[in-house]
Design a protein. Structure first.
Length: 327
């Protein structure tokens, strides 16, 4: 039996309990189709012992930084006490990160991105952090391509996420990348969170999202689109479902979702295609029809553009060698 993927969470004084807990919860409940745990999650600190949180309690951490040398993935949550203070890593933190093996996957939550940036691991790469800290980050680390509008970034072995709850999006993305949409979807269902949150941080800055069913919301159109992804859809059709002009609908859609209607629709169709490729033996051209891309060529174009892999290659990866579906 294959060994579990080992995740180490490096906590520092001032850690946010939510960020520590969500890593353990999400990776901890991920299971194979046979029910076997897929990850082991362990916490370490710069020194074993009590670590202050930003709440009114401490957490006792038994492992020190030696654990980092054993990890397949290292996650660095934020510290409100220590982040955003220096452009150079404190000696103990720099020493800890030197223990990480080459090729280990590194991920930050919220202002944990300041640690990766100070270590020089984000230079020339796209990264994000909490929107409130974006300007300070940009001034401190001009060599990093900061995108404050997204929920997370993925550079292969180095990933970053935005404010606290965006750590959920990041963990689900990693599980989806490792084991496919079906496993990540089951983790999301068991923890009662959406498997893929729409849009980015921009939707949380100034304009609140109206509740589903509000008279000036695009939610009815989105709900209808998700039920009818196999059908052709024009912008005018979606706007009519929301009882708006196309111009008003497009503006409101961007405010609510953070994407254009076309971008959102492509993303939803790709996500539905992932599920069908994992769970069914439908040929690729039938999958394309079922999700509204009409042709296999269109599906391949959008699927590869979104995920960086063809539908057939994705199916081989997440269905296993025992399946030989057409397409």
């Amino acid at each position: 039996m294959a060994s579990r993927h080992r995740v180490a969470v490096l906590v520092r004084h001032g850690v946010l309990p939510l960020e520590l807990g969500l890593v353990h919860q999400l990776f901890g409940v991920a299971r194979s189709t046979g029910g076997a745990p897929l990850y082991s999650v362990e916490t370490c600190a710069l020194e074993p012992g009590p670590v202050r949180t930003d709440a009114d309690f401490v957490v006792h951490v038994e492992s020190g930084p030696d654990l980092l040398a054993l990890a397949d993935t290292v996650v660095i949550p934020a510290s409100h006490e220590l982040d955003e203070t220096d452009r150079v890593l404190p000696p103990a933190l720099a020493d800890a990160l030197r223990r990480v093996r080459p090729g280990t996957r590194l991920a930050s939550i919220c202002t944990g991105a300041f640690v990766l940036a100070a270590a020089g691991l984000l230079d020339g790469l796209r990264a994000t952090t909490h929107w409130k800290s974006a300007e300070r980050f940009r001034r401190s680390f001009p060599a990093v391509d900061l995108d404050p509008d997204v929920l997370y970034t993925d550079n292969g072995d180095v990933l970053t996420s935005a404010g606290e709850a965006a750590g959920i999006d990041l963990c689900l993305h990693l599980i989806r990348r490792d084991h496919g949409a079906a496993v990540a979807g089951e983790v999301a269902r068991s923890t009662v969170v959406p498997p893929h949150r729409e849009g980015g941080q921009a939707q949380y800055l100034q304009v609140p999202v109206p509740p589903s069913g509000a008279h000036d919301s695009t939610a009815p159109a989105r709900e209808w689109a998700l039920r009818n992804l196999d059908r052709p859809m024009r912008l005018a059709d979606l706007a009519a479902r929301a009882a708006m002009s196309t111009r008003s609908f497009t503006r409101r859609f961007r405010q609510e979702v953070g994407l254009s209607p076309r971008q959102w629709l492509i993303r939803q169709r790709v996500e539905r295609a992932r599920q069908l490729l994992e769970r069914t033996d439908l040929p690729v051209d039938r999958v394309a029809e079922a999700v509204g891309f009409t042709t296999a060529v269109s599906l391949r174009q959008h699927f590869t553009g979104t995920l960086g892999v063809s539908p057939s290659a994705y199916r081989r990866t997440f269905r296993g060698s025992g399946h030989s579906p057409a397409g």
